[in-house]
Design a protein around this ligand. Sequence first.
Ligand code: ADP
Ligand code: ZN
Length: 709
Amino acid sequence: MPLPDFKEKLHPTLKTYFGYDAFRPQQQAIIEHVLEGNDTLVIMPTGGGKSMCFQVPALIFEGVTLVISPLIALMKDQVDGLRANGISANYFNSSQTVEEQHRILEQVAKREIKLLYVAPESLAGLSNILNERYISCIAIDEAHCISSWGHDFRPSYQQLGFLKRSIPNIPIIALTATADKATRQDIMEQLNIPHAKQFISSFDRKNITLEVRSGSEKVKQIISFIKKHPNQSGIIYCLSRKNTEQLAKKLNSNGIEATAYHAGLNFNERNKVQEDFVYDNTQVVCATVAFGMGIDKSNVRWVIHHNMPKNIEGYYQEIGRAGRDGLDAHALLFHSYADVIQLRRFALGAANEDVQIAKLERMKQFSEATTCRRKILLGYFGELLEENCGNCDVCKNPPQIFDGTIIAQKILSAVYRLKQEEAIGMVLDVLRGSQNAAVLEKGYQTLKTFGIGKDIAWKDWQHFAIQLINQGYCEIAFHKNNALQLTEFSKNVLFNGAKVPLTKPVHVNEPKIAEKAPSRKTKRTKTKTEDSLFERLRKLRYNIAKEEDIPAYLIFSDKTLIEMERVRPMSLMELMDVSGVGQHKAEVYGDEFIAEILNFMGAKLKKEKKKATHLVTYDLYKKGLSVEEIAMQRKLKDTTVYSHIAKLHSDGKNINIYDFVSKSEVAAVQKAQQELDNPTALKPYFDYFEEQIDYFKIRLALSVIDSKK
Ligand code: ADP
Ligand code: ZN
């Protein structure tokens, strides 16, 4: 199947169908390798652009490309996405009737489709077309599902080895986002493609900002976070069903659209939550980790972990659902010791208890890190990041270190006085001198260390105690009710004067990463005010998506809308220069989007014109003209000019306002304002003064009152 001239077709295909100008790193090499007829294994992180690696070849190959995909729920979205680009695609699975399936086979025989998505269970139904006459390439998505080494093993994937045996000349491309060395080997062996060339991309998701915060006042922090990200889709992962429901309720009562998702809901309920999220009907989903597998939504802007995940694999997979479109995204993790203790309890007694606990330990280290978090994360996956990332909370706001020896001594001596029998909470209560029942019952109020730490807040003590644990100066005896105990290093601090460096705590109301001042790029991903062009384009996209019953991000990605906002294309030609606008989308949606842009520009011009009029008045005022002279020159009414004067004064311009309204008039209006209970219109004032003070004077007086507030 020689395709001599395919290289010339690569860029035009990418541009015409997908509207992109350049391939991402590795994509072109992979695509060429596939088009040359070779077997290929692609390891690329979520959002890296795996689909393009088989979709571009599919458009160039003569026959059909089969795409094996484990999730029926996702197939429809993927096919819808291709069709929105004018690509003929379909899926074949058990959700269809025999007639439908038959029609699809006919389409394949007539070479009417380029890509056919199929669930492994349904492959048997394709036996008539499963040969070189019809099929040009086979893509195996989520290829890690074939391996029992992986974390998402699916028995139906194990039969896929027959493909290479029965049609050996058809190139296979296997793709996944997660596979360590053993899993990769396993995938190639089971698929019978031992010589496949491996293309392994960096795991790094640079566009995701990493942040870890202390878990106190979580809900308050979450609400403030969401309010600073208006209209942005996000997922909040919780540990339990109950958590998801309670949190969703609290968010609702704070005016945030949020729904809960967990395994306790029935199939239809779960589907509804997921669909509403994918279709942009719900902004936030509070979910257990069950949520996300079937979600390809490219514009999830943030992921919050309400509780600590049990290992780094899970954490990375979950945050990976944010920012697939490559735009800035935020991953915020709340860290609390209570979670660590609870997760430990869950792990105890499991068949692989040691492994689970070791993994939890790594997760904990990540959460408590005082060095670049991305380095730790990538290091965990065997990748070395040479330089600090600059996009995590530690990089952006390095911890401030101080000499914490005295603090350490206080904590350790409290542990000692409590006979190493009490958990962290009690140790801190004693330091703080809390007179609570538990303390009094045990008579701890008589200890020498009782109340020696009143000057430091409880949660700051906790922050310090955790650091002592991390530095090995004390430890938690999990088998003894989590009692805090001394270690062999403790005495260096208590008796030998060893210095202990500690980091200063960061407080809730001063988050480590300023939410209000995002990087230049994030600023644009923010939806700003309701009447920004981006927001109008987003609404248009939402309405079209609703009409067509497909997810909004499939019409245009957020990234594409942002570029439209920046470039403001006013013709189809200009629109097609925007990244993500292919020929088909330009033809189908172009007019509507251009109309919206023109509309917006027109409204803006009008507004600017209007705004200018009072500034013209200001110029004349500065030249020393009186109100009457300005009115005459500008052919305006005196009252209009007075209203300009009022506005100019309100805007802080340099106006001698008392030339126009007397102090006693201002005082009278102020009195009226109080008695009338602050009306928004001028008429009530006018009536109040029984028409004895002119409207323009009232307005001028109000501008004086306002400027004093
Ligand atoms: P993955 O399957 O690896 O998670 P996708 O294939 O869904 O990732 O791609 C993620 C996003 O990146 C999609 O919105 C896709 O259109 C976009 N994308 C892929 N390749 C390119 C490219 N060369 N230029 C611009 N955007 C791209
Ligand atoms: Zn960093």
